[in-house]
Design a binder for this molecule. Structure first.
Ligand code: GTP
Ligand code: MG
Length: 256
């Protein structure tokens, strides 16, 4: 073969198959989204249109990659969980990371006009991606708890920060007032100064988004023109606590 003299270069490709038996988590994060959100005048601290777009892009990823067991998203990031026994692309890291990142990014761009019809996309959204392996169910749960706790901490801080700024404080003044304060102080500040009950804010903002495959009824036309109700598994978005045991007891199949 004419090309055989060149084939040795293939040996330089690294074998990046990920350890067997571990949960695979792929986490994507928007690059420079502080600027990207400013540029598109996203509502502060939470723009429900932008968050729904993130969820829709993640649902598209879950439709493309049926192996994904669940996903969790907040702000400009999304984590996708592949099961321990997953054999997709031989568990090759670069293959999985690049495919999921490009599927998410392309879906984000494709679905943008549906979610922000009055805002032209004025920059190229980019998402970095990494794979992390978790050897136990406990470690996977702790990872997801960490992301949801982060959602809560960031959202409480950002809600206070933007309430102070909207009330006339400069960014520096707002930051100084909040620096080192505990959750109780921030809750009290929102309630006493802005009449806001933090716990009454939408769960989407406080808890982020979890996507699971759930049975959804749909109507199918049969060949003879009749309609028949069928069920299929669809990636559905929930906004609920995933730190406590209750969620995992209710969805025992996730860790099975
Ligand atoms: P890199 O990830 O390091 O590239 O930086 P980044 O600018 O993307 O910051 P990071 O990922 O740490 O944080 C996400 C940024 O997105 C924060 O600045 C958030 O304020 C912003 N962001 C995410 N969701 C929203 C939203 O709904 N509204 C607004 N206004 N900003 C948002
Ligand atoms: Mg980011």
């Amino acid at each position: 073969m004419a090309c055989s003299q060149f084939e040795y270069v293939k040996q330089y490709e690294t074998d990046d198959r990920m350890l067997p038996g571990c949960w695979i988590v792929l986490r994507l994060d928007g690059k420079g989204f502080t600027k990207f959100c400013e540029l598109h005048c996203f509502e502060k601290p939470n723009d429900v249109r932008a968050l729904c777009l993130m969820d829709a892009a993640a649902q598209a990823v879950m439709r493309e990659f049926q192996d994904i067991r669940l996903a969790f998203g907040e702000s400009d990031e999304y984590s996708f969980v592949f099961p321990r026994e997953c054999q997709l692309y031989g568990r090759r890291c670069s293959k999985l990371v690049s495919l999921v990142a490009s599927c998410f990014t392309a879906s984000y761009v494709r679905l943008w006009p549906q979610h922000l019809p009055d805002t032209p996309l004025a920059a190229t959204p980019l998402f970095d991606a990494r794979a992390v392996l978790y050897p136990s169910d406990r470690a996977l749960r702790d990872y997801l708890s960490w992301r949801q706790a982060d959602t809560h901490i960031n959202n409480l801080y950002n809600t206070c920060f933007w309430a102070l700024v909207k009330s006339g404080k400069t960014n520096t003044e707002a930051h100084t007032q909040l620096q080192g304060t505990l959750a109780d102080y921030k809750n009290e500040l929102l309630f006493s100064q802005f009449g806001l009950n933090y716990n009454a804010l939408p769960e989407r903002f406080r808890k982020g988004s979890v996507i699971l495959r759930q049975r959804v009824k749909h109507v199918k036309q049969t060949a003879d023109g009749r309609s028949k109700e069928k069920e299929r598994l669809e990636p559905c978005v929930l906004h609920c606590d995933i730190i406590r045991d209750h969620f995992w007891q209710q969805h025992a199949e996730l860790l099975a």
